[in-house]
Design a protein around this ligand. Sequence first.
Ligand code: HEC
Length: 439
Amino acid sequence: MWFGIVAAATACTTAMAANTPTDFADVAPVIEKHCTGCHQKGEIGPMAFTSYSEIRPWAKAIRAAVLSRSMPPWHADPKGSTHFANSRALSQTEVALLTRWVDEGAPQGKRAAAIRVTTQSTGWKLGAKPDLIVSVPPHPIPAGGIMSYVFVVRGTNFKEDKWIRGAEWRIDQRQVVHHMNAFIRPPGSSYLSGAPRDVAYVATSSERSARRPDERETDRRELLAGYEPGYRPAFWENGRAKLLRKGSDIVFEIHYTPNGKETTDASELGLYFASEPPRERVLTITPADANMAIPPGDPNYVTRMSATMKSPVELISLQPHMHLRGKAFQVRAVFPDGRTEPLLDVPKYDFNWQTTYYLKSPLRLPEGARLEYVGVFDNSANNKSNPDPTQTVRWGDQSYEEMSIGFTEIAFPVTADAEVAVLSGTTRPAGISASPGTR
Ligand code: HEC
């Protein structure tokens, strides 16, 4: 009897909930939290979702996009992945709520509901003004054509080493900036050593890959921060920072993609310095498989990379990088006792979204642990993004060429030597013919 009453009461509550119309006031918080960051004026979403009247015409498209999980853009499969701090994925409940609202005719309802627009497209998101703003000199972008990668070398002129705890881009013309990378070039580096300063420069691929035979990667250059659509500013917490040795330069590597209208881009990189020396140094390593030759029509070409830790480190983030034929990407950790742990599974790689996956809690990798990366390519005609399935595809900058890189951010005590103590092996696989770490 007692059970019967409880069951009846529960059924009744559920039925009542299902009969209650879902109003805009119910879905507004979900849209505010998961959509408005990109869907507002000046951001990358093509339409603004900041009020009922802006959202209502998109109701059907919103339903389709959240059900197919094409929006919000997030490509890691939770089943084969660790937990990521910056996951954009909606929960089942959120998908169900949005779907139900649309199925009920996307009503406004009587309750007041407003969407707060928290991010501003102008101004620095990491807070106050950066300690150093490094600008890209204004660069003319033609209406059409393919532009070569542009490089700009900027000096920093500090009298002492600096520790960078945050880096943020202010991108001027988002519609033509495919991506930008900023590298730290320590004094004495061979990287683009002949390049002029403070002007845009197109380097040949041999200039770009030139290096002294015994030069260590971290003495040559280090990725400081990358921008790509949907990126988030980098901020290293817990006494961690990236090292900017005194006398270093910042080298920008920029890929502009003309989109029909002439314009001029003048973007900036803002750097925030730590006030005290950090406990740990953050370093981005770039395991890459540059020896690829993807046969014409091959639907499943596999590249592999690995990096072995020579002393304990913590893994902070992962970013797969491939181009238009990129199909899937996976990363796993192999521990010295043979145990393996899947870290990242991107079953449907999408070149348009160069996502950095930040681990919710950094993963400790002991000495001898190995990270293994697999990048899979589809060079068949079934791949809708494929520019030409009849070509053999090799490593190169342009989107019609390919890359396979697992950008990996690690942290280790500042007392450890970045390359001798921490890493061994394949940040540069043998026989590499182009410079890894560029994209
Ligand atoms: C990280 C940025 C970002 C976030 C977050 C985001 N969008 Fe988008 N959205 C875009 C961009 C860019 C496009 C246009 C290009 C594309 O379709 O990928 C787009 C396109 C769309 C479209 C039209 C194309 C399509 O796929 O149907 C819809 C509808 C949409 N978004 C809905 C949403 C909803 C609903 C949310 C939140 C639940 C959301 N978006 C979150 C960036 C974002």
